[in-house]
Design a protein around this ligand. Structure first.
Ligand code: HEC
Ligand code: HEC
Ligand code: HEC
Length: 430
C-alpha cells in the first residue's frame, strides 16, 4: 500500500510548470483572504464528533494522513512525484508537529482553500474537491479531528528540489485549475442525485483518479471517463455500456462500494484502499446517492472497436495460455464465480483502451477486498515469474476479445514496459 496515493503525482509536477509563469500573481496571492466559515456551527458535542468521524471516512483522510501500521493521522506517508517526495502532514493535535491549537478558520483554510501554515498546499492534498464541502461538514470534521490523540512526529512535508519546493508557485496552478467554490446542486435533479453529486465531487474526490489529467495536471473536460495513475487505470464511471458502468445495476455499484466486489468486478489497488478505508463505512442511503448520481451522468462516447478474430495467431496463443493458467478460476465462458472470481466477459475494465490495471493484476496478482461485507476475500495469483511477456500479452488480447469483449491488442513491449514500471519479477522460464 504505498505508491498509489500519488493520485496527484502528475498534478504536482505540472502544478509547478503552471506556477512558474505566475510568480507575480503568487506573491500577491499569498495574502488572499477567503470567505469566512459560518459562525456558531461548532458545539463539539458527541453527536458532532460522530458526524465528523463519518465525514473523515467519506473524505478518506486516513488514506494519506495515516501510514499503514502507523499512528492515526500522524502523517509521514510519502507521495512520490516525478520531482521528488511530498509527505502528508501530521494532522493530530500535537502543538509542535501537528495542527494542535489550529482554529476552525485555519483548518478550513487548509482543507477547503489549500493554504496551510507554510503557505500554499500541493494539490496532492485534494483541496480542489474538498472545497465543495459544506460549512457544517467542515465544522463536524474539525470537532472530530480535535479528539484524535496528539502524536509528536515531525514530518518534513516538502523535500522537492529547488525550484519545485517554492510553494508560491502553486498559486499559478490554483489560478489555472482551482475553483474555490462551495457545492451547488444541479438545478432540477432529485435530492438523492444531489447528495450523490456532493459526495462524489466533494469529500469522495472520485475525480482525483477517475478523471484524466491534462499536461499541466488539471482535470480534462471529459470528467469521470477514466484516468491512469501509478500503473493503474481507474475506469470510466459513466453509463457507457462497453467501458463504463452501463451494464451495472444500481445494486452492483452499491455492492462494489460496500464490499469491494460486485457481479462484474473486484476492487484492486487504489480502489481497494478507497473501499477499505472509506466507502465501506458509508450508509446505504449515501451509497445509493452516489450510484444515482453516477447513473445520470452522460455516457462517454468511446467508440467500440471491432473484436480481434479468434483465428488471429495471438488469439490462438492466448487461448492456450488461458486454458492452462486462468480457466480453473475464471471459467471457460469468462463468467467467473459470483462475488468471488470476477467475470471477465462484460467487464468494463477488460474492455478499456488502457490495459494498465489488467497488466498490474496479472503481473503482480491482487489480494481480494476484505470488508465487513466480504470477510474472506479470494485472491488472484501473480504471473510475472510464471509467464513470458509474449504469453501475458497473448492472454490479455484473448480476454479482451472473447465472449463479446472487444479492445485493442496488448503487445509484448507493453508487458515489458509494465514489468519495469511496476517493479514486477522477471520471468523464470529462460
Ligand atoms: C490524496 C492524499 C490526501 C488526502 C486524501 C488528504 N490529504 Fe491532507 N494533505 C495531504 C498532503 C500531501 C499534505 C501536505 C501538502 C503540502 O505539504 O503542501 C496535506 C496537508 C493537509 C493539511 C495541512 C497541514 C499543515 O500543516 O499545513 C491539513 C489540515 C489536511 N491535509 C487535512 C486533511 C483532511 C481533514 C483530509 C480528509 C478530509 C485530508 N487532509 C485528506 C494529502 C492528503
Ligand atoms: C485513489 C484513486 C481512486 C479514488 C479516489 C477512487 N477510485 Fe474508483 N477506482 C480506482 C481504480 C484504480 C479502479 C480500478 C480497480 C481495479 O481494476 O480493480 C477503480 C474502480 C472503480 C469502480 C469499478 C469500475 C469497473 O468498471 O470495474 C467503481 C464503481 C469506482 N471505482 C467508483 C469510485 C467512486 C464512486 C469513487 C469516489 C467515492 C472512487 N471510485 C474513488 C481508483 C480510485
Ligand atoms: C486462483 C484463481 C485465479 C487464477 C488462476 C487466475 N485468476 Fe484472475 N482473478 C482471481 C481473483 C480472485 C480476482 C479478483 C482479485 C481482486 O481484484 O480482488 C482476479 C482478478 C482478475 C482480473 C481483474 C478483473 C477486474 O475486475 O479488475 C483479471 C483481468 C484477471 N484476474 C485475469 C486473469 C488471467 C489472465 C489469468 C491467467 C493468466 C488469471 N486471472 C488467473 C482469481 C484467479
Amino acid at each position: 500500500m504505498s505508491k498509489f496515493k500519488t493520485v496527484a503525482a502528475a498534478v504536482i509536477g505540472c502544478a509547478i510548470i503552471g506556477g512558474v509563469g505566475f510568480i507575480a500573481f503568487a506573491q500577491y496571492g499569498e495574502h488572499k483572504s477567503f470567505p469566512a466559515i459560518k459562525a456558531g456551527l461548532l458545539t463539539g458535542d458527541t453527536a458532532q464528533v460522530q458526524r465528523g468521524q463519518y465525514v473523515a471516512a467519506a473524505g478518506d483522510c486516513a488514506a494519506c494522513h495515516t501510514v499503514p501500521g502507523g499512528q492515526t493521522y500522524a502523517g509521514g506517508y510519502a507521495l512520490q512525484t516525478p520531482f521528488g517526495t511530498i509527505k502528508a502532514s501530521n494532522i493530530t493535535q500535537d502543538a509542535d508537529t501537528g495542527i494542535g491549537g489550529w482554529s476552525l478558520e485555519q483548518f478550513d483554510k487548509a482543507v477547503r482553500h489549500g493554504v496551510g501554515n507554510h503557505g500554499y498546499l500541493y494539490p496532492a492534498m485534494p483541496y480542489n474537491a474538498y472545497t465543495k464541502m459544506s460549512d457544517q461538514d467542515i465544522a463536524d470534521l474539525y470537532a472530530y479531528i480535535k479528539t484524535v490523540p496528539a502524536v509528536k512526529q515531525k514530518v518534513v512535508e516538502n523535500e522537492l528540489p529547488f525550484p519545485f519546493n517554492q510553494r508560491m508557485l502553486l498559486a499559478g496552478w490554483n489560478l489555472l485549475f482551482f475553483k474555490d467554490e462551495r457545492f451547488a446542486a444541479i438545478p432540477g435533479v432529485s435530492p438523492l442525485v444531489s447528495r450523490g453529486d456532493y459526495l462524489v465531487n466533494g469529500p469522495g474526490h472520485c475525480a482525483a483518479c477517475h478523471t484524466a489529467k491534462n499536461l499541466l495536471g488539471g482535470d480534462v473536460a471529459e470528467t469521470f471517463q477514466g484516468g491512469t495513475l501509478q500503473g493503474w487505470h481507474a475506469p470510466d464511471l459513466t453509463p457507457n455500456p462497453h467501458t463504463g458502468l452501463g451494464k451495472w445495476k444500481a445494486e452492483d455499484i452499491v455492492s462494489y462500494l460496500k464490499t469491494g466486489t460486485s457481479r462484474q468486478a473486484a476492487a484492486a489497488g487504489p480502489m481497494l484502499e478507497a473501499v477499505e478505508n472509506s466507502t465501506q463505512y458509508l450508509t446505504d442511503d449515501d451509497l445509493h446517492a452516489i450510484t444515482a448520481y453516477l447513473q445520470q451522468l452522460p455516457a462517454s462516447k468511446a467508440a467500440v472497436p471491432v473484436a480481434v478474430q479468434s483465428t488471429d495467431p495471438q488469439m490462438v496463443q492466448g487461448r492456450l495460455v488461458f486454458e492452462s493458467q486462468c480457466e480453473a478460476c475464471h471459467t471457460s465462458s469468462g463468467a467467473g464465480v459470483r462475488q468471488m472470481i470476477p467475470e471477465l466477459r462484460n467487464n468494463a475494465q477488460v474492455n478499456v483502451k488502457d490495459p494498465s490495471s489488467l497488466l498490474n493484476v496479472v503481473l503482480k496478482g491482487a489480494d481480494g477486498p476484505i470488508t465487513a461485507g466480504n470477510p474472506t476475500g479470494a485472491g488472484m495469483p501473480r504471473f510475472d515469474w510464471k509467464l513470458a511477456d509474449e504469453d501475458i500479452a497473448a492472454v490479455q488480447t484473448y480476454i479482451r476479445n472473447s465472449w463479446g469483449n472487444s479492445a485493442s491488442k496488448v503487445t509484448a513491449e507493453q508487458v515489458k514496459a509494465s514489468r519495469a514500471e511496476l517493479g514486477a519479477k522477471a520471468w523464470l522460464g529462460r
